[in-house]
Design a protein around this ligand. Structure first.
Ligand code: ZN
Length: 237
């Protein structure tokens, strides 16, 4: 079936020639997809402003060998409120970038798509942008099989509580297993990390735990996906 319907969220767009654009989408059923939108930059384009980052769209795509072609596109949600506020926008950009880095092309990942949609809804709904970003990153790592160990030692399984976190080992480590790169974490940081993994999008938390967790989450995700997260640094904290 060369023509297929999908829904997706636009991660980024790139100019192609005079009038066309390549859009990268995270779709519900087909993973990350790159597709050409023809004539999108003409003033009378039939796509109008529908193919912009953050937009959740319903699409009809034509399957190509490398790039697909967008043949129809309707907006489900434009997430305008994410674009119109600097903190939300910066957080949204970090989330879109991370999605692009961690998702494989044409590899179905419904849970990643739902997580992305949930994060954008949380931002639009006024949740704390920096916390939404960190929760999104940690949950994305978890979906990809890098769920951090926050109770038992990540190396030997000895029951906690432990107070050293090793990014390379994948979570908290005990006295015996800790290596030179394991960092000491404050007592309040661990439950906060657990909350980011499991619960709602935001929570009340002290600034110290938040700052510590935030740096750990970024380093953790960059290490395990082996990809830099540039937009993360622009999120106001
Ligand atoms: Zn151990």
């Amino acid at each position: 079936m060369p023509l297929y319907p999908e829904q997706g969220i636009i991660l980024r767009t790139m100019r192609l020639g005079e009038a066309d654009r390549i859009v990268t989408l995270m779709t519900q059923g087909s993973g990350k997809v790159r597709a050409v939108a023809k004539g999108v930059r003409k003033t009378k384009s039939r796509f109008g402003g529908r193919l912009e980052p953050f937009t959740h769209v319903d699409l009809l795509l034509y399957r190509g060998r490398e790039l697909d072609i967008v043949t129809q596109c309707e907006i489900i949600s434009s997430f305008r409120s994410v674009r119109e506020d600097y903190s939300r926008f910066a957080a949204g950009e970090a989330i879109l970038e991370a999605t692009d880095r961690v998702s494989e092309e044409r590899e179905k990942n419904v849970r990643q798509f739902m997580l992305l949609l949930g994060a954008l809804r949380a931002l639009a709904g006024g949740e704390d942008p920096a916390i939404v970003v960190d929760a999104y990153l940690l949950r994305s790592a978890s979906l990809a099989g890098f769920r951090p160990h926050l109770r038992a030692c990540a190396s030997c399984g000895r029951p906690g509580p432990h107070d050293r976190f090793s990014i390379a080992s994948g979570g908290l480590v005990c006295e015996t297993c800790r290596n030179a790169s394991a960092v000491r974490v404050a007592e309040s940081t661990v439950p906060y990390l657990a909350h980011l993994l499991e619960e709602e999008w935001t929570t009340s938390v002290g600034d110290d735990a938040r700052r510590e967790a935030s740096g750990l989450v970024r380093a953790y995700v960059e290490y395990h996906f082996d990809r830099p997260l540039r937009a993360w640094a622009h999120v106001p904290r």
